[in-house]
Design a protein around this ligand. Structure first.
Ligand SMILES: Nc1nc2c(ncn2[C@@H]2O[C@H](COP(=O)(O)OP(=O)(O)OP(=O)(O)O)[C@@H](O)[C@H]2O)c(=O)[nH]1
Length: 326
């Protein structure tokens, strides 16, 4: 068993006949649930206070509806959850609001379950992962954290600084590359597609396991920048017909319902394969994952609750539901 396989301890649905596939699991989940709980406290508090009463009545459901909407779960997910919960309460013949709280946890966990998926690398050589998002969502930081974890697990990584305009962005990525002793392709002022093309070629020539492409932040309303992103994707495919193997959108958990709009817009532009939800620490809008599950179910590979390395972990539906309705 190679050093990477030691980290491959999560169950995996085979995605390829190639048995060299590796699953990526971030190490050290110690204390994670508490950190997640702490991060989601603001969202969770307004939901859990609904269950402090003594009766299961219409007022309880109405309060819960308000709390879910305030948590940015959105109308479709809120309606679904309320109907599902009423059914569960009836079936369980629950009489105590505390029981309803546990049933809500179950309902949320089931709703979020389809979003749970493990990022697999090793099926393709290299696995090309494109990372996009609005400005300041946490792309570069997340790439840095993932690089560290990939490197620790024995995978070779090549970074591509496809944000060629902002010097600070390239420098930030170079710091992560340096810290993890991984190579980086970076060219000031160059065309982001050209840098990405070169990186995929270099990744293959240098036999890297993973090529991570960091793109510049952009708003879905900036049409030319969204077209630029589409072009990057197209050019990556020119460099390797099977790539990109993953297209990740990093979203800031604080943006709530707007995050859903971002998911839709970026998916249209580059066909997303997964999400990274950052900054869930201190947000009152953590319910947005329910909205995503109901309205645009794209897998959530990782969630982040802070700036430290260990603050980015794989997403687990039940854990999230537990943290939200603690
Ligand atoms: N509190 C908190 N801060 C975070 C988290 N993830 C990232 N950040 C911070 O968010 C800020 C922006 O992160 P970046 O990684 O630079 O964001 P970016 O998307 O690459 O930004 P642009 O390159 O400008 O588009 C930094 O100060 C990060 O440290 C998180 O989970 N929680």
């Amino acid at each position: 068993m190679d050093s990477w396989a030691r980290f491959a301890c999560e169950p995996r649905t085979p995605v390829s006949p190639r048995d060299s596939a590796r699953t990526h699991r971030l190490p050290s989940r110690g204390g994670w649930l508490d950190r997640l709980k702490n991060g989601l406290k603001k969202t969770g508090n307004s939901i859990t206070t609904v269950f402090t009463g003594t009766q299961i009545d219409d007022a309880l459901y109405e309060e819960l509806e308000t709390a879910l909407l305030l948590a940015d779960a959105g109308v479709p997910a809120t309606e679904f959850l309320l109907n599902d919960l009423r059914r569960r309460v009836k079936e369980a013949r629950a009489t105590d609001p505390a029981q309803v709280k546990t049933l809500l946890q179950d309902a949320i966990a089931d709703m979020l379950a389809p979003l749970e998926k493990t990022l697999v690398v090793g099926v393709y050589h290299p696995t090309v992962i494109m990372v996009a998002g609005v400005n300041g969502a946490g792309k570069t930081t997340s790439i840095g954290k993932l690089t560290k974890h990939f490197a620790d697990a024995g995978a070779s990584v090549l970074l591509a600084a496809a944000d060629t305009f902002r010097a600070a962005a390239r420098e930030q990525l170079a710091v992560w590359a340096d810290r993890n002793q991984v190579e980086i392709i970076s060219q000031q002022g160059a065309d982001p597609s050209a840098v990405s093309f070169d990186a995929v070629g270099a990744g293959r020539a240098r036999r890297k396991d993973v090529v991570l492409v960091d793109t510049a932040g952009r708003l879905p309303t900036q049409k030319h920048l969204m077209e630029e992103l589409t072009k990057i994707r197209r050019v990556v495919t020119k460099a390797d017909i099977t790539a990109p193997h993953e297209v990740l959108l990093v979203i800031d958990g604080n943006t709530g319902q707007n995050a859903l709009a971002q998911v839709k817009a970026f998916d249209e532009a580059v066909q997303l394969t997964g999400l990274v939800v950052t900054k869930l620490d201190g947000t009152a809008k953590g319910g947005v994952l329910c909205a995503i599950a109901r309205e645009k179910p794209i897998p959530v590979y990782f969630v982040g609750v802070g700036e430290r390395l260990e603050d980015l972990q794989t997403f687990k539906a039940r854990e999230f539901a537990q943290a939200l309705v603690g």
